[in-house]
Each structure stands twice: as structure tokens, then as C-alpha cells.
Design a protein around this ligand. Structure first.
Ligand SMILES: NC(=O)c1ccc[n+]([C@@H]2O[C@H](COP(=O)([O-])OP(=O)(O)OC[C@H]3O[C@@H](n4cnc5c(N)ncnc54)[C@H](OP(=O)(O)O)[C@@H]3O)[C@@H](O)[C@H]2O)c1
Length: 291
């Protein structure tokens, strides 16, 4: 199987590097800027063509990964469709978590098979991506031929391959954003408050790591601790009062505490009275803070 990559960015280079190390023929990599191709060359090495012409990649490959930014995927598909009338026998995939293979639609009209392959991982840079891919779940989606090819590729890339229905991709992706990207936003919000009192996140890493370990072992519901699940409405009220001049932090705290309240109820941890007082504390503050 000859594999080509369009888009020498973090994901494209990391995937190409791992596949090449596993013995796959990575025949060509295209990008817009020479600088990006030079970076690709450093990680993927010799025996691969590095080119500014997307056409070169398509000509030399059976399977082409379109690893460009999400917004660029349709334009790349259109560009390829203008150069090739017949793409039967070729497979194209993109690596977006949010979108389905339909983003590559112009290539379907040329007879190509289409899919998507999403490594459920964060790639802040190429190196950490290469290190993380082998322990990553890879979600694949697309037509039957594309999925069969992507399964072979993904099984050499990550730790597990999961096939996902196209219609579920948006829910899958928003879940990933909720538990990964927005976790960063949550920690940032907490860090802002800490900085006001002259401390940083460092002392919190052990408790964060223990919490993540508990979640992995027992799930989020069983791992929840803190004032809400203890029915400690006095502490929750004190927290809300301390945030009277921090509307954004208060909003985040209130909404997540409401989720925690639902969890506490599900665990049977609260009396009806405790739940009612907490509801009042969390609901009442909403009007106060929203004014
Ligand atoms: N980063 C993550 O954490 C992550 C995780 C999973 C999946 N993904 C998905 O993977 C895809 C790529 O993300 P990324 O983070 O690797 O993006 P990125 O680092 O910005 O890389 C995208 C590359 O695509 C190239 N490109 C854009 N338009 C092009 C065109 N018309 N022709 C040729 N090359 C073109 C750019 O090349 P030049 O530099 O040459 O302009 C850029 O280097 C996205 O769909 C993203 O959603 C990302």
C-alpha cells in the first residue's frame, strides 16, 4: 500500500513518521510551504518525495491522507478533483474529528473511496504526537473500501481501532472537546483565581493526577468528591459569594456544580433537604451573578 500525505503539519508529519517506521511506503508528502516540507523531511527521512504539488502525491499513492486544517479540506478535495477525472481505486481520508468523509465529496464524484481517520489525541507539536500515537485510539469512518484500508493503517498507528458511524461523529467530537480541550479551559480558569492569591498550578498536579487515576479506574460518578456530594451547602454558598466579582468563574462553577448535584443525587448521597438547599444556593446565585 503506497501512502501519500497532503498537509505537512503536526498530524500529517506524525502519522507519516510512525507509518514509515512501521514499514509502510510513504511515497510523497505535499504542503504549501517549503519550510513545512523541510520539517517533514527531518522526521520522515529519505525515500519519500517532498513536493509543493498536491498532484504528485495523488499520482504516487494508493491512499492519500489529507491532513490539512479542517477549513482547508474541501478546497484540497476540489483542487485534486480539477486535476484528475478518474480516481477509481484510490482512497482519500482526512484526519478531522469533527467532520465526516463527506468533506471530500468532490473526490467521490471522481470514483475515489472516502473516509476519515481521527487519532483521539492532542498534537501540540510533531514530537509529542509521534510519542503519543502508539497508545492512541484511532476512530475511522467512511465507505466500506475506505474503512477496510483505514483499518489496516490505523491498526499499525495506534493501540485500538474503533469504527464510528458518520452520523455520530459530531457527538463523538464534542465529547472529546468537553473532556480534553475544555479541561484545559477549566484548569486555566482555576489558575487565574490562584494567581490572584500568589499560587500556581504546581501544588495541584498530584490531586489532579489522583482524580484522573480514580476516573480511569472507577468512572467519573464514583470518583466525585467535594462539597456538593457531601451536601455542604455552606461551603458552596461561601464559594459563590467569593466569586461575586468573577462572573465567568462563577458561571463555570455554578454549571459544573449543578452537574455534580445531579451526580450526587444519582449516588443517593444527599437527603431531599440537602439537595433542595444546594439547588437554591446554585440557582439563586445565577440571578445574582447574571444581573
Ligand atoms: N492538532 C491536533 O491536536 C489534532 C488532533 C487530531 C486531529 N487533528 C486534525 O488533523 C488535521 C490537521 O491538523 P494539524 O493540527 O496537524 O494542523 P497544522 O499543524 O496546522 O497542519 C496543517 C498543514 O496543512 C497544510 N496545508 C494547508 N492547506 C494546504 C493545501 N491547500 N495544500 C497543501 N498543504 C496544505 C499546511 O501547510 P503549510 O505549512 O505548508 O502551509 C499545514 O502545515 C485537522 O483536520 C485537525 O482537525 C488535529
Amino acid at each position: 500500500m503506497k501512502i501519500g500525505i497532503v498537509g505537512a503539519g503536526k498530524v500529517g508529519i506524525a502519522i507519516a513518521s510512525v507509518l514509515k517506521a512501521k514499514g509502510f511506503a510513504v511515497t510523497a508528502i505535499a504542503s504549501r510551504r517549503q519550510e513545512s516540507l523541510d520539517t517533514a523531511m527531518r522526521y520522515v527521512g529519505e525515500g519519500t518525495r517532498y513536493t509543493l504539488a498536491v498532484r504528485d502525491v495523488v499520482e504516487r499513492s494508493d491512499v492519500v491522507g489529507v491532513t490539512v486544517q479542517d477549513r482547508e479540506i474541501p478546497a484540497v478535495a476540489r483542487e485534486i478533483a480539477t486535476h484528475f477525472q478518474d480516481l477509481k481505486g484510490k482512497v482519500f481520508f482526512h484526519t478531522s474529528g469533527a467532520h465526516t468523509a463527506a468533506e471530500l465529496k468532490p473526490l467521490d464524484d471522481r470514483g475515489a473511496n472516502l473516509g476519515s481517520l481521527h487519532p483521539l489525541q492532542t498534537f501540540p507539536d510533531v514530537e509529542s504526537g509521534i510519542a503519543a500515537i502508539p497508545s492512541t485510539f484511532i476512530f475511522i469512518e467512511g465507505d466500506e473500501v475506505a474503512v477496510a484500508n483505514l483499518e489496516k493503517i490505523a491498526s499499525h498507528l495506534g493501540s485500538e481501532v474503533v469504527r464510528i458511524e458518520s452520523s455520530n461523529k459530531v457527538l463523538y467530537h464534542l465529547s472529546a472537546v468537553l473532556v480534553c480541550n475544555l479541561l484545559c479551559a477549566l484548569l486555566y480558569e482555576g489558575e487565574q483565581i490562584m494567581n490572584n492569591i500568589g499560587i500556581d498550578l504546581d501544588p495541584f498536579y498530584p490531586i489532579i493526577r489522583t482524580t484522573l487515576g480514580n476516573i480511569e479506574a472507577k468512572g467519573p460518578l464514583a470518583s466525585l468528591t467535594g462539597p456538593v456530594v457531601r451536601g455542604d451547602s455552606g461551603t458552596t454558598a461561601a464559594h459563590m459569594a467569593a466569586m461575586k466579582d468573577m462572573p465567568q468563574a462563577a458561571g463555570v462553577y455554578r454549571e459544573l456544580s449543578r452537574v455534580a448535584l445531579e451526580m450526587a443525587k444519582k449516588r443517593g448521597a444527599l437527603s431531599a433537604e440537602q439537595a433542595e438547599v444546594l439547588e437554591r444556593v446554585l440557582g439563586g446565585e445565577k440571578r445574582e451573578i447574571g444581573k
